[in-house]
Write a protein that binds this ligand. Structure first.
Ligand code: C6P
Length: 404
């Protein structure tokens, strides 16, 4: 794999900050976009801009075709059984809120249990807390160990016939941990619970076959996989979606409206009320084709080499403590440094043109577990190099020396 060539695909990478070449290591927050994605969005606005599913004119037909082609690309990438199972949303957050509101509102009642993990992103905690408040259901949490791995014995004992839904992050954004979702899905199904997998971080870094894994609800965001912001997907089993009420009412989600009664549209349109992010969806499809063009397997192998390299450097770095040392990990190096607040680290590194994220990463319970206010997080993508990892550690050394 030629990383130099891949880097050529990403225009934003070729710039200097403070007279130094940009080192972009905030990929878990959002990845950069390749030229083909930028071009696809631009092409839509320059040549095809029009509303979809409505017009009989040529531009609308072209826009609709490009939008629906993205749906088919995304179906294939995750191996969903049908495009009826692929619902476009604003992203992971909206997808989870859709499930909590529509499925949760229909199926969750007093005394039911929703099981999540200690390492969930707020977007897979708060919608369930809100649902529990509305319904009297109970939120249960699977604990984790110091390495940032789930306690699987505790998981088994928390499962019962009261468990209606397991919500689990496939790859933690704060720790990098990859969770054993296959086993967890089997165990959850054995007690009759459905499973929601938060693939916001995982989808760009490992292959996911929703049918082979028997996932009930899979959610992810385009912007973490080289696509535009403000667009994502909910992939769910058709039978579940058929039985769920619409999330929002409006245009495109109806077949027939009278003041007495509305007949809802067929899947997937039943869940896509209003004019969607057409350009975003088209860009999302192009981003997936970009990944397929490189090959996800090659991406996974290359990113592992880079994470191993960075991890070795972190282990050898005096005063640095990694947060998240699970055996199964990908692309995230979260850490704290003796005597330096993560926010100061983030600012000092920025002056060295190294972009990392510092904060709680929208996973405050993880911070509470490790008793830290925040961590610094470097997160890697396919275009990052060993030289950039060296630049990260050179900048960290500067910060350490400054505070010594
Ligand atoms: N994590 C990060 O810097 P949205 O914002 O809807 O696209 O994705 C939310 C989300 C859900 N689950 C996980 C595991 C995530 O990592 C994220 C987004 C970003 O880590 C922004 S907080």
């Amino acid at each position: 794999m030629n990383i130099k060539e891949i880097r050529q695909d990403f225009p934003v990478l070729h710039q200097e900050l403070y007279g130094k070449p940009l080192v972009y290591l905030d990929n878990a927050a959002t990845t950069q976009k390749p030229q083909c994605v930028i071009d696809a969005v631009r092409h839509y606005y320059e040549r095809d801009n029009s509303n979809i599913h409505r017009g009989v004119h040529t531009l609308s037909e072209r826009a609709t075709a490009a939008y629906e082609a993205s749906r088919e690309t995304i179906r294939g990438f995750f191996n969903a059984a049908s495009t009826k199972e692929v619902i476009f949303t604003r992203g992971t957050t909206e997808s989870i809120n859709l499930i909590a509101s529509s499925w949760g509102g229909q199926h969750i009642g007093k005394g039911d249990e929703i099981l999540i993990t200690h390492m969930e992103h707020h977007s897979n905690i708060v919608p369930w807390q809100m649902l529990c408040e509305r319904t009297g259901a109970v939120l249960k949490v699977i604990p984790m160990n110091q390495a940032g791995e789930l306690d699987m014995d505790a998981f088994t004992s928390l499962l019962s016939e009261r468990t209606k839904l397991l919500g689990v992050v496939q790859m933690s954004n704060a720790l990098g941990t990859i969770n054993p979702i296959k086993t967890m899905i089997q165990q959850a199904h054995a007690v009759g619970a459905l499973v929601l997998v938060d693939g916001a971080q995982a989808a760009a870094h490992m292959s996911v076959d929703v049918q082979a894994l028997d996932i009930d609800f899979y959610v992810t965001s385009a912007h973490k996989m080289y696509g535009p912001t403000g667009v994502g997907v909910l992939i769910a089993k058709q039978a579940l979606l058929e039985a769920m009420p619409p999330y929002q009412g409006g245009g495109d989600m109806i077949l027939m409206v009278t003041f007495e009664k509305t007949q809802y549209n067929d899947l997937p349109h039943k869940f896509e009320a209003g004019t969607p992010n057409i350009a975003g969806v088209i860009g999302f499809g192009e981003a997936i084709r970009y990944i397929q063009g490189i090959s996800l397997d090659k991406i996974v192998a290359r990113e592992k080499v880079l994470l191993d390299y960075a991890t070795q450097k972190a282990e050898a770095f005096d005063g640095l403590k990694q947060i998240g040392t699970a055996k199964e990990k990908a692309c995230v190096l979260s850490f704290v440094m003796d005597g330096v607040h993560p926010h100061d680290l983030g600012t000092i590194l920025d002056r060295e043109a190294v972009a990392i994220r510092a904060g709680h990463h929208c996973a405050m319970p993880v911070m509470q577990f490790y008793k830290v206010p925040a961590t610094a997080r470097a997160s890697f993508s396919i275009y990052n190099t060993e030289a950039e990892v060296d630049a990260l550690f050179a900048a960290l050394k500067k910060a350490r020396d400054m505070f010594a």
